[in-house]
Write a protein that binds this ligand. Structure first.
Ligand code: ADP
Ligand code: MG
Length: 348
C-alpha cells in the first residue's frame, strides 16, 4: 500500500524528487565493485546471488514496509501486515527461481503498539513463513518515533543452473505473467477511495489481493527446474515498470500487448463503476506479486502446458522481447510508447 495510487506525494525535497527511487539506488550501485569472488549477482536483481560450495547458490533479499507509505494502520489487520511483509520478500526469492529458507525480522515499533497487535502480526508472518517452509532465525527490535516499520531479510537457495536473473532475455522470447494483474491496485483504490457500488465478492477478492498477496514460489521453482525461462522478475512496481527493469538489465526492449493482460472481472467491474481505466491498474498499479518471465518462443506451448499440468496455473503470454531498447504497448490495435512507467517512491 502506498497511500496514493500514483507516487507517494510526500514532502520530499526537489532533489530527491528528481533523482527518483532508481536514481538513488544507482548512486550506490555505480560505486560498488564486489571485493569477493563469491558474488555472482549484486545490486540490480530481485536477490543477490552468492556462490557457496559447488553448484549451491545462496539468494538474499530485503524489503521494508513503512507505515503511512506502504500501509495505513487501520487499512490492514496486524496479521495481514505480518503475512504481507513475509510474502513480498518471498516473491523476490520466487523471481530468482529459488527455494526460500530463512528470514530475519527487523521491527521499528511505536509506543502505542500492544501485545495483542504483536501476537497477531507474529501469527500472520509465521503463517506465511510456514506455508513456504521458511524459518525465522533472527532480527532486530527498536523503537520508532515515526511510524511502524517492518523490514525483512530472506535467504533462499538454488543450484547454479536454476538461478534466473533479470538479464538473460533475448529477442524473440515470449513475455509471460504468472497470474492476474490489477487486482491489488483496484484493492488499494477501494481502501483509499469512496468505493461506491461493489459486489461483496469482488470487494473481498480485490482487498485480499492487496492485503494478502500470494508469492508464486512454486511457479518460480517449476520454471527454474525445467530451465524454461531466460529472465524473470516479480511484479512489485507494475507490469510496465518491472518489464522495463528486466529489459534494461537484459539490454533489450519489448512489445507489450495490453489487451492480452489477464485482468479479472472484479477489476473491470470496479473500474467501470469508478470511471477508471482497468488497464491503468493492470499496467502501472503494482503490488501484484505475480512473476513476469521470458520463455524462448519454441518453448512457449511447453511452458503453458507444464504450468497448467503441474500447478494448475494459467500463465499468459503478454508480448515479445525485441532488440530495439524501448517498450511499446499495443492497445486496441494502436502502438504507444508509455511515458508513465508505474510507481516510483520519490519521483513526482
Ligand atoms: P525489488 O522490487 O525486487 O525488491 P527494488 O526495486 O527494491 O527491487 O531494488 C532494485 C535493486 O536495488 C535490488 O537489487 C535491491 O537489492 C537494490 N537496492 C535497493 N535499495 C538499495 C540500497 N539502498 N542500497 C543498495 N542496493 C539497493
Ligand atoms: Mg522484485
Amino acid at each position: 500500500l502506498r497511500l496514493s495510487e500514483k507516487g507517494c506525494g510526500f514532502g520530499m525535497d526537489e532533489k530527491l524528487g528528481k533523482l527518483g527511487e532508481f536514481g538513488v539506488i544507482d548512486l550506490f550501485r555505480r560505486m560498488v565493485r564486489p571485493a569477493r569472488d563469491w558474488v555472482s549477482t549484486g545490486i540490480g536483481d530481485d536477490c543477490a546471488v552468492l556462490k557457496l560450495g559447488g553448484a549451491e547458490r545462496l539468494l538474499v533479499t530485503t524489503d521494508m514496509l513503512v507505515e503511512d507509505v506502504h500501509f495505513l494502520r487501520d487499512g490492514i489487520s496486524p496479521s495481514q501486515l505480518g503475512w504481507k511483509s513475509m510474502a513480498v520478500n518471498l516473491s523476490d526469492i520466487a523471481a530468482m527461481g529459488g527455494d526460500p529458507a530463512a528470514a530475519f525480522l527487523a521491527l521499528g515499533l511505536t509506543p502505542d503498539i500492544d501485545r495483542t497487535f504483536l501476537n497477531a502480526l507474529r501469527d500472520g508472518l509465521l503463517d506465511c513463513a510456514s506455508r513456504f517452509g521458511v524459518d525465522l532465525l533472527g532480527g532486530d527490535t527498536v523503537a520508532s518515533n515515526g511510524g511502524l516499520v517492518l523490514s525483512l531479510t530472506v535467504l533462499g537457495r538454488a543450484s547454479s543452473t536454476e538461478v534466473v536473473t533479470r538479464n538473460g532475455a533475448g529477442p524473440g522470447d515470449v513475455v509471460f505473467v504468472g497470474g492476474g494483474v490489477g487486482d491489488s491496485a483496484a484493492g488499494l483504490h477501494l481502501l483509499l477511495g469512496s468505493p461506491g457500488q461493489i459486489d461483496p465478492a469482488d470487494r473481498g477478492q480485490l482487498l485480499k489481493a492487496h492485503l494478502e498477496p500470494q508469492p508464486q514460489v512454486e511457479l518460480g521453482r517449476l520454471l527454474a527446474r525445467n530451465h524454461l525461462v531466460t529472465a524473470m522478475i516479480d511484479v512489485s512496481d507494475g507490469v510496465l515498470q518491472d518489464l522495463g527493469h528486466l529489459c534494461e538489465e537484459s539490454q533489450v526492449g519489448a512489445d507489450l500487448l495490453a489487451d492480452q493482460l489477464p485482468v479479472s472481472g472484479a477489476v473491470r467491474r470496479l473500474a467501470l463503476s469508478a470511471g477508471r481505466d482497468p488497464l491503468d491498474w493492470a499496467l502501472s498499479g503494482g503490488e501484484d506479486y505475480v512473476l513476469l518471465f521470458c520463455v524462448p518462443s519454441d518453448r512457449e506451448a511447453e511452458a503453458i502446458r507444464l504450468c497448467e499440468k503441474e500447478l494448475e496455473i494459467q500463465v499468459v503470454p503478454i508480448g515479445t522481447i525485441g532488440k530495439e531498447r524501448r517498450i511499446r504497448v499495443r492497445r486496441d490495435g494502436v502502438w504507444t510508447r508509455p511515458e508513465e512507467l508505474g510507481y516510483d517512491h520519490f519521483r513526482r
